[in-house]
Unconditional design. Structure first.
Length: 230
């Protein structure tokens, strides 16, 4: 399922649209890691991590500061330039920044943690195919964390976009859950308040956190913890 809003944005490609977005100064994030990413990943032992659609790098920098070896990927060179500047300011020099149009290319490695946080786009984006590639790149014992909007706040200008539910994302991933290859750790919708332009903004977000089981865990399905659904 492609994720876009039905507008052609003057025929812009994803790299063109997002480069303009970041170079125009439209991006006004808090500079802090996303609290839902922190909530779901702070207990994980550091390893290798891939941040898909890393933007200005806040989540990637947070992971690196916690000891992760991080690859941050974005379609926009302008976003990666900003992310590298923020990492340098934070004293982080262990993140590899890569430019990928994920509709065309994907990092050729496996990772202990792959994050896709708010991988939505108002221009064409084959989101389900990208998430499928992400699942295939998770190392045994590793984690796939997908955070997305369940709906946009009124007046955001994006309320017409169709956003997938966690069930729809699971269907797109086409994972075989009849055998102990994957475990669902979190599958929920949360309502939380974020600050935007110094004003509180309440929104609903989807969280899906999956573990690709290591061989030892696959042979002992009775030891698997139950899913957390809030």
């Amino acid at each position: 399922m492609s994720q876009h809003d039905g507008h052609d944005h003057d025929g812009q490609s994803a790299p063109e649209f997002w480069d303009d977005f970041y170079r125009s100064g439209t991006a006004q994030w808090s500079g802090n890691p996303n609290p839902l990413v922190v909530q779901e990943a702070e207990h994980l032992a550091p390893g290798t991590a891939l941040d898909l659609g890393c933007g200005q790098g806040d989540d990637a920098i947070w992971l690196a500061l916690r000891g992760w070896t991080v690859t941050g990927v974005d379609v926009a060179d302008a976003a990666l330039e900003r992310a590298a500047e923020r990492a340098e300011a934070a004293g982080v020099d262990t993140i590899v920044w890569q430019q990928h149009d994920l509709a065309e290319t994907f990092p050729a490695a496996n990772y202990d943690l792959i994050i896709a946080a708010y991988l939505h786009s108002p221009v064409e984006l084959p989101r389900s195919e990208i998430l499928g590639r992400a699942a295939a790149a998770v190392s045994p014992g590793g984690t796939l964390l997908i955070v997305g909007h369940a709906g946009f706040p009124a007046g955001s200008g994006h309320d017409h976009m169709q956003l997938p539910t966690t069930d729809e994302v699971m269907a797109d991933l086409q994972l075989d859950l009849t055998t102990p290859m994957w475990r669902i750790d979190t599958k929920t919708v949360v309502t939380w308040t974020a600050e935007r332009d110094d004003k509180p903004m309440t929104r609903d977000d989807n969280i899906l956190r999956l573990t690709r089981l290591a061989e030892s865990a696959q042979s002992n399905p009775s030891e698997m913890p139950s899913v957390r659904v809030l």
